[in-house]
Design a protein around this ligand. Structure first.
Ligand SMILES: [Zn+2]
Length: 291
């Protein structure tokens, strides 16, 4: 090691601003100082579940982790350690899916929120990579609001992209164009582009039109029919729309690293902007009128 005046140069150990946004790298006195001025933290959560023939089972936590850490790097958000496991029982017929029950998940998330509240954290933004977690996150957030006044926001990339098509398809597809892009931009080694496909939702009836494992169209209305993913797809990926709207696709040639990177950055920018506005959002005050 280089020595100046007999003193060992340890400047290589100095921490970059980037590492200072990673909760797990801080000591407790550093966190104590940081949390005096940090009201809102970012909590990436995902799942371990099948993603068709072409994306690794860690996809949902891999994406959430990557998005959150980019948000930390770009706008200084304090990023909690990623919760990799989620609620994926509806995928369990496909090998490799590891799941918690909604009850366990809710309690687990609630206890982390409770821990954060102990040290002064007032608001939590979830970067959630998996739709099956939404019920548990919502239940935990409601309890945290009731018990210690914490406000939470649950963000997913498909909600953020809800009003736009991704290469002509809805963002919310299991292992579809958008999800393949996010995994590619996060961990290219978790994607097998040569095997990429997205299957149309399998149908069980001519009048009840399944649009995905939990939702169907009937006449002009929608109805929720909780099914397993294996009920509506044989390979695991699915377009999450009726085949009349979106048939199976096998052409992923436009999902390039450049395309994936641009989609990722769009969501990261949205998150940076949202984190700031959510931090500044007025805490709700009740003025319930009585007759
Ligand atoms: Zn996923």
């Amino acid at each position: 090691m280089i020595k100046t005046n007999g003193i060992e140069d340890v400047s290589y150990l100095k921490r970059s601003t980037i590492t200072m946004t990673i909760y797990a790298y801080q000591t407790w006195p550093e966190l104590e100082e940081r949390l005096k001025t940090t009201k809102t933290v970012l909590f990436p959560v995902g799942s371990v579940e099948q993603h068709g023939h072409h994306i690794g089972v860690g996809a949902d936590y891999i994406q959430a982790d990557a998005i959150a850490h980019r948000v930390g790097e770009k706008c200084g958000a304090l990023v909690l350690p990623t919760l990799c496991y989620g609620v994926s029982g509806h995928h369990k017929e496909f090998t490799g899916t590891l799941t918690l029950s909604t009850e366990t998940y809710t309690q687990l998330v609630y206890e982390i929120l409770e821990s954060l509240a102990r040290y002064g954290v007032k608001r939590v933004v979830f970067m959630n990579g998996h739709g099956g977690n939404n019920t548990g996150l919502t239940l935990a957030a409601k309890r945290a609001r009731d018990d210690f006044g914490m406000l939470c926001a649950i963000c997913t990339w498909w909600d953020i992209l809800h009003n736009e098509k991704v290469l002509g398809h809805p963002a919310e597809q299991h292992a579809g164009y958008a999800e393949t892009s996010f995994t590619l931009a996060s961990k290219p080694e978790a994607v097998r582009m040569d095997l990429a496909s997205c299957m149309a939702t399998k149908q069980l009836d001519t009048d009840i039109q399944l649009t995905r494992a939990g939702l169907a169209r009937y006449k002009n209305g929608m109805v929720r029919i909780p099914l397993q993913t294996a009920d509506v797809t044989d390979v695991g990926s699915m377009t999450e729309a009726h085949p009349d709207d979106y048939p199976s696709v096998y052409d992923y040639s436009r999902v390039t690293p450049e395309f994936a990177e641009a989609l990722m950055e769009k969501v990261v920018d949205w998150m940076c902007s949202f984190m700031k506005d959510f931090d500044e959002m007025k805490y709700p005050e009740w003025s319930i009128r009585r007759p």
